[in-house]
Design a protein around this ligand. Structure first.
Ligand code: 13P
Length: 246
């Protein structure tokens, strides 16, 4: 049985005040869904401490990690450092990082490997552009992204990773993918991942304009095990409403 999980990706947003607001607001949370917030790296420590002070059930994750374990890489944050801060998860391969920072599948795999070694669960993002979808190549494209990353991980990765389908055309646009589009891609992802990981046990999340209004429908789909939420994760009420849709 796959436990549903809702992950908030704050991107380049958030303050210490917001960390405290979430930690105290989630303290009484008794839902069955696992909740994770990925603040900027500078705020992980603050959110972890605030969550612990409030006995909050929220877990904390990173939005990125270095592809190296240490050394002369100015500005980077390693998987070991994330672990030391108290992160249990980290996002890798987000479309913004692939497009704006040149993150290739090889780099995504290196990052995921370092996270696994550090005991952190990688949330591996994949997703096609509108051009690829309009050309009818989306299944092939996403399948290749999955294979390129998972084939580079050690066999021990098993069910220790989370996969996230985020069609680029749905991220931050208000154009959520339809239930049919999401279910068929998630089933495809599970079958493409099967040779590399225990894909029946692996959680596959949907991301892209998830809101309290559409969450319940998306999260009820058989191959959707949770959501990766951007904009709606910056407001406690909205984030909780999305999780309530599970
Ligand atoms: P939005 O929910 O704002 O579309 O962002 C999705 C996302 O990129 C989460 O990683």
């Amino acid at each position: 049985m796959r436990k549903q999980i809702v992950v908030g990706n704050w991107k380049l947003n958030g303050t210490k005040v917001l960390c405290h607001q979430f930690a105290s607001g989630l303290a009484g949370y008794i839902g069955s869904v696992e909740l994770v917030i990925c603040p900027p790296a500078t705020h992980i420590d603050c959110l972890v401490s605030a969550a612990s002070a409030h006995s909050s059930t929220v877990s904390v994750g990173g939005q990125n990690v270095a592809a190296q374990s240490g050394g002369a890489y100015t500005g980077e944050v390693s998987a070991g450092m994330l672990r030391e801060l108290g992160a249990c998860y980290a996002i890798v391969g987000h479309s913004e990082r692939r497009a704006l920072f040149g993150e290739t599948s090889e780099i995504v795999a290196q990052k995921a490997s370092h996270l696994l070694e550090a005991g952190i669960t990688p949330i591996i993002c994949v997703g096609e552009s509108s051009l690829v979808r309009e050309g009818g190549e989306h299944a092939k494209f996403v399948g290749r992204q999955i294979t390129e990353v998972l084939s580079r991980l050690a066999p021990s990765a098993e069910s220790a990773v989370i996969l996230a389908y985020e069609p680029i055309w749905a991220v931050g646009t208000g154009n959520t993918a339809s239930s049919e589009q999401v279910q068929s891609m998630h089933a495809h992802i599970r079958s493409v991942a099967a040779p590399f990981i225990n894909s029946v046990a692996t959680r596959v999340l949907y991301g892209g304009s998830v809101t309290p209004d559409n969450a319940a429908n998306l999260l009820a789909l058989p191959d959707v095990d949770g959501a990766l939420v951007g904009g709606a994760s910056l407001e406690l009420d909205k984030f909780l409403a999305v999780a309530g849709g599970c």
